[in-house]
Design a protein around this ligand. Structure first.
Ligand SMILES: O=C(O)CCC(=O)C(=O)O
Length: 414
C-alpha cells in the first residue's frame, strides 16, 4: 500500500518535473516514451566522442560493403517505420554452421531443466560461449553489424546471445506470451534465427510494426506491462499484425522496444531459435557515465585482441578512453573464467537449477538451497552456475547475467 502511494507520488513529482525525481532506474522500470527519449539523448550528449566513433564505425562498415563487400553477403535494410525485417539469406555458410551448433545444443537439452517461473521461454545452455563459436561469429559478422548499425544509427553493443526453446504447452499469465514492449532501450534489434522451420503452429513471435505500435503506445499512454490483444487489434489494426514465420535459417530482425510483440503462445509444436540482442549504450538500462559494466553476452565472447570495432561492440570502450580495468588483461580474465567454470562443473555435476542462490566469499564458492535466506537478501535466486571473477572483482555469472548487489561484497565493475 505504502509503496503504491510512494510510486504514485513519484510519478506525479516526475510529471511536474520536480528536480531529482527522475532516476535512470525509474525510467528504465517505469518511464514514459518522453522520459526514455530524453535520457537517451542526454546520454548521447554526455558521451559524444564515443557516439561519433560508433557512427564512424558504422560508416566504415558501409564503405567496406560498397567497396569490397562484406564476405560476399548482402542483406536488406531494416525499415525505420516497420522496425522489423525477415530474411532467409541464400548462401551464408556461417549461418548454416551456427544452426548446426544450435541443433547440437538443443539435442543435448532436456526440456524443462532451464524453466523459469512466469517465463514461456527456456534458455538452453551453450557449450561454447567464446568468440570461436559459430553463433558468436555470426553475431559479430560485419554485414549483420552493418544492417543493425544502420537501423540503430550507430554501431551498437552486442548485449546478449541466447538459445531459446519454446515448449508452447501452457498459458503463462504476465509472460511474454502477451503483447508488450521491452524496456531496455528506445531502439534496438533482436535477431531471432530459426533453427527449425517456424509456422503459425510453432508459437511464432507476432508483432505490430513500429509506426502502428507508436500509435498504440500514445493512445494508451503505455509505460510497461502487458496489453490485451483486443486493444492492440483495435488501435493498431488486426490486419497490421505480422507473424515472424519462415524456414530454418530465417533471420527475423525485430525491434522489440518499438514494436508491440508477443510469442511462444500455446501451440501444437515447439519453437527452436537463436536470439542475438543488440542495444545502444545510451538507454536508461545503463548508467549515463562511467563503465557500462559487464554485458550478459559474457567476457569470453570478447576476442583476445579486440579490434576497435570489437572494443565498442562489447562495451569495453565507451568513449575514447578505455573504461575496462587496464590492469586486468582480457586474456587473464578469460583464463580465470574458464578455470572457475571447470571448478564449478567438477564440484556440482548435478542439475544446475538445484543451486538457486550463491554467495561469494574470497577464494570459495558456496551454494544454498532454494528459498533459503542469506545475509545478502531473502530468497535470493540464482539459476546460473558460478560467477566469473576478475581478481577480487566478481563481474558476471556464467550465463552472462550481471552480478547483483547481494552476490558480492564489492560491486565494482571491471
Ligand atoms: O517470441 C517470443 O517468445 C516472445 C519473445 C519476446 O517477448 C522477447 O524476446 O522480448
Amino acid at each position: 500500500m505504502l509503496s503504491t502511494v510512494k510510486k504514485q507520488a513519484m510519478r506525479y513529482a516526475r510529471s511536474i518535473g520536480v528536480p531529482g525525481t527522475v532516476t535512470a532506474h525509474a525510467i528504465f522500470q517505469d518511464g514514459s516514451e518522453r522520459e526514455r527519449q530524453a535520457y537517451y539523448q542526454s546520454s548521447i550528449t554526455k558521451n559524444l566522442a564515443g557516439y561519433r566513433e560508433r557512427v564512424r564505425l558504422m560508416e566504415e562498415l558501409n564503405a567496406q560493403a560498397a567497396d569490397t563487400g562484406l564476405d560476399g553477403l548482402r542483406l536488406p535494410e531494416i525499415s525505420k517505420d516497420a522496425g522489423y525485417m525477415l530474411v532467409r539469406p541464400e548462401h551464408f555458410p556461417l549461418l548454416d554452421e551456427a544452426i548446426a551448433e544450435a541443433r547440437a545444443a538443443f539435442n543435448a537439452y532436456t526440456p524443462g531443466t532451464s524453466k523459469r517461473e512466469r517465463d514461456s521461454l527456456e534458455g538452453v545452455p551453450r557449450e561454447d560461449r567464446s568468440d570461436r563459436s559459430a553463433i558468436n561469429r555470426l553475431a559479430m559478422h560485419p554485414e549483420v553489424l552493418r544492417i543493425v548499425s544502420n537501423y540503430m544509427g550507430a554501431l551498437p553493443l552486442l548485449y546478449r546471445i541466447n538459445l531459446l526453446y519454446s515448449p508452447n504447452t501452457e498459458v503463462i499469465e504476465q509472460s511474454s506470451q502477451f503483447y508488450h514492449l521491452d524496456p531496455e532501450d528506445v531502439i534496438m534489434s533482436k535477431i531471432f534465427i530459426f533453427v527449425e522451420d517456424v509456422d503459425a503452429d510453432n508459437g511464432p513471435t507476432t508483432l505490430l510494426p513500429a509506426d502502428r505500435s507508436t500509435a498504440v503506445r500514445r493512445a494508451i499512454t503505455y509505460r510497461k506491462g502487458r496489453v490485451p490483444d483486443d486493444v492492440i487489434a483495435r488501435i493498431g489494426g488486426a490486419g497490421n499484425l505480422v507473424e515472424a514465420t519462415g524456414p530454418a535459417g530465417t533471420m527475423a530482425f525485430l525491434d522489440t522496444c518499438r514494436c508491440f510483440h508477443m510469442g511462444s503462445r500455446k501451440a501444437s509444436k515447439p519453437r527452436y531459435a537463436i536470439m542475438v540482442q543488440y542495444q545502444s549504450p545510451y538507454a536508461a538500462s545503463f548508467p549515463m557515465e562511467g563503465p557500462l559494466g559487464p554485458l550478459p553476452v559474457g567476457i569470453r565472447a570478447v576476442p583476445s585482441q579486440p579490434t576497435l570495432r570489437e572494443q565498442y561492440l562489447f562495451g569495453i570502450k565507451r568513449s575514447r578512453r578505455v573504461l575496462a580495468n587496464p590492469r586486468v588483461s582480457l586474456g587473464m580474465a578469460r583464463r580465470r573464467s574458464m578455470h572457475r567454470e571447470a571448478a564449478a562443473r567438477a564440484r556440482f555435476p548435478e542439475r544446475r537449477d538445484r543451486y538457486e542462490s550463491w554467495r561469494v566469499a574470497p577464494g570459495r564458492l558456496r551454494s544454498r538451497s532454494p528459498g533459503q535466506s542469506s545475509r545478502w537478501g531473502k530468497k535470493v535466486r540464482r539459476t546460473s552456475e558460478a560467477p566469473i571473477r576478475l581478481g577480487s572483482i566478481v563481474c558476471v555469472y556464467q550465463d552472462g547475467s550481471p552480478v547483483r548487489k547481494w552476490a558480492c561484497k564489492s560491486m565494482s565493475a571491471p
